[in-house]
Design a protein around this ligand. Structure first.
Ligand code: PLP
Length: 399
């Protein structure tokens, strides 16, 4: 056998302490190795229904339409926005980091009339600021990020759904980085559509986007269902809405697939569904409050440990995500060299940063299966030793 067969997949045992992905829970890896079923096999459709019931608990919602989008977290964002935003519709986007920018990038492709509430990176909006934006722009859709890993900042969302409803806007939130790590209170917040991923705090791999949709939003999307190739509903029935401009991300069709009708759309990604189902089971067996407390404890220990080392932690304590911490790279230190030494000498991955924070901070996560005190300590110890070897003197830390 020649070298063109390459080797069997046998990755090194890295500890992934960046902003995601994090290491996958072994139970999830085992579930994903189970045999594949036919998509309409009653065992398979039972698993699909169980997954919906489990994710209602994870999203803290009674929404009937709570299921999985096959694709990474970005697929969940794109499905939500594509199904909510009609061509030309006005959209108000809260932007305070890289993922807020992604929302407007996607909305732009949908020919939306984009308005923004722009914040400094790392800042959060007050309810009054959001209300002022809604009052000024009267958008059809409001979109925001819950925890933006690019800035390690969590936007408070209590009261936001009710405000949007009062101004006649549908609300969308990307909770990719917080689901399973910080409370994502879909019904209490009154958000119409929330989507996420598995590779941050859910303890799963990238490649699956859990989503939940209110009846109000589901009815709106159903009115955008495309009836026949080339014919818009609007052309055959007055008052109906322009159809959804994507087949793969058409949530009205995907809801039909997850309903009792079982109208085939795609083939549900069977192994990924097994994994997503197990992520939720692991989480709910631990319990939501215990899960959030574990992330909060590890986040606090990380922040404290970094400060004890003489490093400056990025962002505001009041709005810090509990599962990822930004820390300034000291002026005398080569940030990328430290990341490489952490990986090569200690098998630990920490994160770099984007945009205005590129080269300025590292992002260190403790997410899902990795939100454990021993892993926090291992990471802090390795960073302390690496910085000492790089000649770091604490009072040279950038204020
Ligand atoms: C990681 C992340 C994403 C992107 O997820 P993919 O699975 O890479 O598509 C989207 N939004 C937020 C807030 C994230 O942290």
């Amino acid at each position: 056998m020649g070298s063109d067969f390459f080797g069997e997949i046998d990755p090194p045992q890295r500890l992934l302490m960046g902003p995601g992905p994090a290491n996958v829970h072994p139970r999830v890896l085992r579930a994903m190795s189970a045999d594949v079923l036919g998509q309409f096999d009653p065992e398979m459709t039972d698993y699909m229904n169980q997954t919906m019931a489990l994710y209602r608990q994870v999203f803290m919602t009674r929404n009937r339409w709570t299921f999985l989008i096959d694709g990474t977290a970005r697929a969940g964002i794109e499905a939500a926005l594509t199904s909510l935003i009609e061509p030309g519709a006005r959209v108000l986007i809260l932007r305070g980091g890289r993922f807020g920018m992604l929302l407007s990038e996607i909305a732009e492709r949908l020919d939306a009339d984009i308005r923004t509430v722009d914040l400094e990176w790392g800042e959060v909006a007050t309810l009054a600021q959001i209300e002022a934006g809604l009052a000024e722009h009267r958008p059809a859709v409001f979109a925001a990020i819950h925890g933006d890993t690019s800035t390690t900042t969590a936007q408070p969302l209590d009261g936001v759904g009710a405000l949007c409803a009062a101004y006649g806007a549908m609300s969308y939130v990307d909770a990719t980085a917080t689901l399973g790590g910080m409370p994502v209170e879909t019904d209490k917040w009154g958000i119409d559509v929330v989507s996420a991923g598995l590779q941050k705090c859910m303890g799963g791999p990238p490649g699956c986007a859990p989503i939940t949709i209110s009846d109000r939003a589901a009815n709106f999307m159903a009115a955008r269902r495309k009836v026949e190739s080339g014919i818009r509903r609007a052309d055959i029935a007055d008052g109906d809405r322009p159809f959804i401009r994507s087949n793969y991300f058409d949530l009205s069709m995907i809801m039909d697939y997850w309903s009792e009708k079982r109208l085939n759309h795609h083939t549900e990604a069977t192994s990924m569904l097994y994994g997503a189902r197990e992520c939720a089971r692991v989480l709910l067996q631990e319990g939501l409050p215990a899960r959030f407390e574990r992330h909060a404890r590890c986040g606090a220990a990380m922040t404290e440990g970094l400060r004890e080392m003489g490093l400056e932690v990025y962002g505001q304590d009041a709005y810090r995500m509990t599962n990822v911490t930004g820390v300034y790279i000291p002026a005398s230190i080569d940030g990328e060299r430290v990341r490489r030494r952490m990986r090569e000498d200690y098998q630990i991955e920490i994160g770099t940063a984007f945009g205005p924070l590129a080269g300025k901070i590292w992002r260190i996560g403790a997410m899902g299966y990795n939100a454990e005190m021993d892993k926090v300590r291992r990471t802090l110890d390795a960073l302390r030793l690496t910085l000492a070897q790089e000649g770091f003197v604490p009072d040279q830390a950038r204020p």
